[in-house]
Write a new protein. Structure first.
Length: 208
């Protein structure tokens, strides 16, 4: 055990990750629900919103509880966090540009059905530089899972299936729900990390 000061930015960084996972996980669940073409719409929508709200609340509570932590950082740490935030903006912006480009290309080539799998690949890929940037190992798992789900769906699933008299957009449904579950799971893991940081900060110690 070694005594150390955990800055407010460290806990708030994990809280931001939880909030992002809550929002985008729920968004991907919406894609999965849309793919079902109305089947189970109300119940699945309520469930996905509840999960998203719970994670969002967890992130907000972390931010609120972090107010008791010191906001002071040594010069090196301050510069490091500033650099990380700048690179996060670059990575997030590049992800948005690639998704927009994929949308235009898929639409102009009449392959709009490919947009969701390609978007999942882009989202999955962007977790790898984030994992290295923030030193969050679980992001490597998240990125790998999202890319794997997308490729498996493209190679093995039909674009759509008919169940009785009801047609389901199989690509949207499988990728939407698998991505949502992965992001929600990642959000929970990041919340646990933030909670541990907060607890260590309150105790004045951190395991090394």
């Amino acid at each position: 055990m070694a005594q150390t000061i955990i800055p407010r930015a460290a806990v708030r960084g994990t809280a931001s990750g939880v909030i992002f996972m809550a929002f985008f996980g729920t968004m991907w669940a919406g894609i999965g629900i849309r793919g079902l073409q109305g089947w189970g719409f109300v119940w699945l929508l309520i469930l996905s919103l509840l999960i998203g709200i719970l994670l969002l609340t967890g992130g907000i509570v972390l931010i609120m509880n972090s107010k008791m932590l010191s906001n002071k950082m040594v010069e090196g740490d301050a510069l490091r966090w500033k650099r990380k935030n700048r690179w996060f903006g670059i990575i997030f912006g590049l992800e948005g540009v690639l998704i927009a480009a994929a949308s235009v290309i898929c639409q102009s080539t009449n392959h709009l059905d490919l947009f969701v799998p390609v978007m999942a690949l882009i989202v999955g890929a962007h977790f790898f530089p984030l994992a290295n940037l923030f030193q969050v190992k679980i992001y490597y798992i998240t990125g790998s899972l999202l890319c794997m789900f997308s490729v498996i769906t493209l190679l093995t699933f039909p674009v759509s299936v008919t169940w009785g008299n009801h047609q389901i957009m199989a690509w949207w449904t499988s990728i939407g729900f698998s991505t949502a579950l992965t992001l929600w799971g990642t959000g929970m893991a990041v919340w646990i990390t933030g909670h541990r940081l907060l607890k260590s900060a309150k105790n004045g110690f951190k395991e090394v």
